[in-house]
Ligand binder design. Structure first.
Ligand code: GLN
Length: 239
């Protein structure tokens, strides 16, 4: 009897593990330097986007595999099929829409100016005139500042590096997405926000143009997560 039970348990374990292995994988590209959307916590990639994409994976019955890479490598990784989708607080810009498709938006943000507490001469985007402004390479903030005349930009690969240089008076200001800026303010003393009236921009999940089936599935999953309260609870957890 014991023997039969043992083999039954073994058999069940085998079935369960083969089912797990049979799950299709969803390869997800991100850039884990954008708190609270994606960042490293003791070596683990965590954040709002990561929880959201795992919940989407659950809805689709797929195993989510996160791949961390540089922000400017994300769209090329989609185009060369190294990842299936990208979630990285990525703004669905017209320029990017030429290369990839975007899901329905899942978050609205805008560009803000981060300053040292004691700065008195910068209040609006116009006041950046003649200043040295830190931006992240290839971010929408980079595009906004590059379009401004008489503003010199210094480009960084990681936003924490720009914040450090601001704290050390190497640059006058940093232009960054609102939620991430607030996150830096929370965790660093001596900083403040100036103009927060920048154009709203919408974050969405990027998907290869060839994969419209996946695009539809992701939009459906997003809708469901908004309806069942998961989305709301993630906002509470991270924002
Ligand atoms: N929203 C900005 C952009 O799309 C920044 C995104 C990010 O740093 N992950 O360029």
């Amino acid at each position: 009897m014991k023997k039969i039970l043992k083999s039954l348990v073994l058999f069940l374990m085998l079935v369960v593990s083969s089912l797990t292995f049979a799950k299709e994988k969803l390869y997800v590209g991100t850039n884990a330097e954008f708190p609270p959307f994606e960042y490293l916590d003791k070596g683990d990639i965590v954040g709002f986007d990561i929880d959201l994409v795992k919940a989407i994976g659950n809805k689709l019955g797929m195993d989510v595999v996160i791949k961390d890479m540089s922000f400017d490598g994300l769209i090329p990784a989609l185009e060369t099929n190294k990842v299936d989708i990208v979630i990285a607080g990525m703004t669905a810009t017209d320029e990017r829409k030429i290369a990839v498709n975007f899901s329905n938006p899942y978050y609205t943000a805008n560009q803000v100016i981060i300053l040292k507490d004691d700065n008195k001469d910068i209040k609006t985007f116009d006041d950046l005139n003649g200043k040295l402004v830190g931006v992240m390479l290839g971010f929408t903030g980079d595009v906004v500042v590059s379009e401004m005349k008489n503003v010199e930009s210094k480009k960084y690969n990681a936003s924490f590096a720009a914040i450090m240089e601001l704290q050390n008076n190497k640059i006058d200001a940093v232009v960054l997405d609102s939620e991430t800026a607030l996150n830096y303010l929370k965790n660093n003393k001596g900083l403040k926000l100036a103009d927060t009236s920048g154009e709203p921009e919408e974050y969405a999940i990027a998907i290869s143009k060839k994969n419209t089936e996946l695009l539809n599935k992701i939009n459906t999953a997003l809708d469901e997560l908004k309806k069942d309260g998961t989305y709301e609870s993630l906002l509470k957890k991270y924002m």
